[in-house]
Design a binder for this molecule. Structure first.
Ligand SMILES: [Zn+2]
Length: 357
């Protein structure tokens, strides 16, 4: 499992949100930034995470450059300006990223933007081995970690076990550094729970397992291999929805949890009690962070409505279960309920009448 390892993580809040695009290497940045570097100060709890003076300097320079990174958050108006410094053949290079938004809404986020630019300029090996941190410039730090999709991308593209996340807080020029690993929870670390301890009765559990396993037999696996899975969700209204992963030529993968939640939402059945994920019988399913993000957002509706978080269950199909919540599986996450709680309240109120139909 690509995102499973034994490295201990350190607690600490980051800032960030997902960022957006636009990467440029600014030839003049290094000189200008160096002049300003002294204006940044590491927060006390960040000092131990970045003992290397040279690395500190690079983070400060990246923050100075990120301040001027271009972006286009035309929908949310949430600015994400990111940068990193890589050292290649004895030379340091600043690479920028910024978020852009379009249409329904969709977005290219800051962290994927900056990493993609490193790859475009210096190749994938540089992204894998030379990116030691991603720095975000913002007014205030503490907003949360990367979205699930950006976590998947960072796990796939970088030396994520050692990757640092630095947030430069413009309001007081403190820099808050955390480890990307703070945002990672391997499926192996989800608690093993006996069937009798899962907060579902035997019939509900059996229905969910069968439904998820049935979903796993379908989906679209033109390019997907061993990561294919199916998921089934039980709503508070007693209905079950299910979906399987589906890929396509554009590599716009559709995730099983996202799929079942979309079906439930289509029926205006927004509050889910439990979600079961199953892979091939005898194997534990992988739970992508993007799919965790969908579940986290749905679970935030529960919290808003005063209900318990969604119970997230993984099964190996042989009577064994790992049970957690999306809140625990996606630490430092963010949702609409966190940013715009009024919008969630208004939305659910406008749609509640139909949820029992
Ligand atoms: Zn993101």
């Amino acid at each position: 499992m690509a995102n499973c390892n034994s490295i201990q993580t350190w607690g600490m809040k980051t800032m960030v949100l997902c960022a957006v695009m636009v990467c440029v290497v600014l030839g003049g940045c290094a000189v200008r930034a160096q002049d300003d570097a002294s204006r940044w100060t590491l927060s006390k709890d960040s000092e131990a995470i970045v003992p290397d003076a040279k690395l500190r300097e690079q983070i400060f320079r990246a923050l100075d450059a990120a301040e001027h990174s271009g972006n286009d958050p035309r929908i949310s108006h949430f600015q994400v300006r990111a940068a990193t410094v890589i050292e290649k053949d004895g030379q340091e290079h600043i690479v920028l990223g910024g978020n852009t938004e379009y249409d329904v809404p969709e977005a290219i986020h800051g962290e994927t933007s900056v990493l993609n630019h490193v790859t475009a300029l210096f190749g994938p090996d540089a992204t894998r081995h030379l990116v030691r941190f991603i720095a975000y410039y913002g007014h205030q730090c503490g907003g949360g970690g990367s979205c699930g999709d950006c976590r998947d991308y960072q796990i796939a593209a970088t030396d994520y076990e050692h990757l640092l996340v630095a947030c430069g807080q413009a309001s007081d020029h403190t820099v808050h550094v955390s480890r990307f690993m703070d945002q990672v929870v391997c499926e192996k670390n989800f608690p093993d729970v006996d069937a009798s301890k899962i907060p579902l009765d035997a019939a509900e559990l059996s229905r969910l397992v069968k439904s998820a396993q049935g979903a796993e037999l379908g989906g679209v696996t033109l390019f997907t291999s061993e990561r294919h899975s199916g998921a089934a969700g039980l709503s508070f209204s007693g209905r079950i929805y299910r979906a399987a992963g589906a890929d396509d030529a554009a590599f716009h993968y559709r995730y099983p949890i996202g799929g079942l939640l979309q079906q439930a939402a289509t029926e205006r059945d927004y509050l889910m009690r439990a979600i079961m994920v199953a892979g091939e019988v005898g194997k534990w399913p992988v739970l992508n962070y993007r799919d965790r993000q969908y579940g986290y957002e749905a679970s935030s509706f529960n919290r808003h409505d005063g209900k318990a978080p969604i119970v997230l269950v993984l099964t190996d199909g042989q009577g064994h279960y790992r049970v957690t919540t999306f809140e625990a599986a996606l630490p430092h996450a963010f949702s609409t309920a966190d940013f715009v709680p009024g919008a969630v309240e208004k939305f659910l109120k406008a749609h509640e009448a139909s949820s029992a139909q």
